[in-house]
Ligand binder design. Structure first.
Ligand SMILES: Cc1ncc(COP(=O)(O)O)c(C=O)c1O
Length: 368
């Protein structure tokens, strides 16, 4: 086990040594951003660690409301719901939408939070092969009764493989049905893909009344807690249909204040997204030149599988050279979306310098 002894950023102190850091999900270096830390400290002095009650009574404070207001601005929606953890977003969506669907179809590689959310919903759920719209069609033909309304749920961006779900293809499969719903877990897409950073639907150019998503403020946005944006009436329905926002304490004040500030900074600084995408494009080009397959997407997650890389050795040998990347095993209790044989996951930040990206590619090339 390693110990992180600074805030995570392009340079991070691990086990007492500063390294070039390519792990985790802090794609904009926000977790140590001075304005975000100041906002968290200031709000905590004013409002304490939290309201010590759920939001149903006197539990709202100006910081929680500010997160929702900033999120509504960020996503160009009427309203937003801020809740205790991004992990619970899928459960909230599936409970909140319970009157709109009868049976769930889900990508079999979906994140744990999707599968736990399905369990909480109590509805029948059928898996389909990873990212496979043809299999979705097949499973729907096999399991959907004529009177039933389908709901599809999947990750927008898969956390380890960095793949984007082909939601446009899923929509083609579902469109012939009178009533259908699509839910996307946008934990890794929130603030990252789409012209304005609004996530998978924006990236794929999809809009429509049947499309819902949940996001997190704990990754790119530098705060903590889950966020769902949408029309006011619908957000109110989620609140009354799902027990989670009603019965759980809201996120603590410092996390909320950091989230509000993270949303504000990213919204006001589109150049950060551009810098992130430029860095992703640049380093993927370098890795492609080494003969590694790289999908041409703006996703800041690079997944090296065992086909060309010794994934057992690469992370330790890179760490010896002052570069931290993550290794994930496949099978058993592995993380969702790890390719067969395991993978090395490399996270790119907007704050990585060209020199850091060059050195990463150079050292990987040396170790191939
Ligand atoms: C796809 C996906 N969904 C949900 C979550 C949970 O988000 P949070 O950690 O902010 O609760 C994660 C966390 O890693 C994730 O990767």
């Amino acid at each position: 086990m390693h110990v992180m002894q600074s805030s995570p950023g392009a340079k991070t102190v691990i086990d007492g040594k500063e390294v070039d850091y390519f792990c985790g999900c802090g794609y904009y270096d926000f977790h140590g951003h001075p304005e975000i830390i100041d906002a968290a400290c200031q709000a905590t002095r004013l409002f304490g660690m939290g309201s010590a009650t759920s939001r149903s009574g006197y539990g709202d404070n100006p910081v929680l409301l500010e997160v929702e207001c900033n999120a509504a601005k960020f996503f160009a929606s009427e309203s937003a719901l801020y809740y205790v953890s991004g992990y619970l977003g899928n459960a909230i969506l599936l409970q909140g939408l319970r009157d709109d669907y009868d049976i769930i179809f889900y990508d079999q590689e979906s994140h744990f939070s999707v599968r736990d959310g399905i369990a909480v919903s109590g509805k029948t759920a059928i898996p389909f092969s990873h990212k496979d719209a043809d299999d979705l069609k097949k499973q729907m033909a096999l399991h959907l009764k004529p009177s039933q309304r389908p709901l599809l749920i999947c990750d927008g961006i898969f956390p380890i493989s960095g793949e984007i779900s082909p939601v446009d293809d899923y929509l083609d499969v579902l469109a012939p049905y009178d009533a259908f719903t699509i839910c996307v877990d946008d934990a890794h897409a929130t603030g990252v893909i789409g012209e304005k950073g609004r996530g998978t639907y924006e990236y794929l150019g999809l809009t429509g009344p049947h499309l819902y998503s949940s996001g997190t403020l704990s990754k790119a946005l530098g705060g903590y807690g889950g966020i769902i944006a949408g029309k006011t009436q619908w957000i109110e329905r989620l609140k009354s249909n799902s027990i989670i926002p009603f019965a759980a304490s809201p996120p603590p004040t410092p996390a909320a204040a950091a989230s509000a500030k993270g949303l504000e900074i990213l919204h006001a600084n589109p150049q950060l997204r551009k810098k992130l995408w430029d860095n992703v494009h640049y380093v993927k080009g370098k890795l492609r030149a080494l003969g590694l397959d790289m999908k041409d997407t703006p996703v800041p997650i690079i997944c090296l599988s065992s086909a060309k890389i010794n994934i057992e050795q690469l992370p330790a040998r890179l760490l010896d050279r002052g570069i931290a990347v993550s290794r994930f095993y496949s099978g058993g209790q592995s993380y969702s979306s790890v390719p067969k044989g395991g993978a090395v996951r490399i996270a790119i930040f907007s704050s990585h310098t060209t020199e850091q990206l060059d050195r990463l590619a150079f050292e990987i090339g040396n170790l191939m």
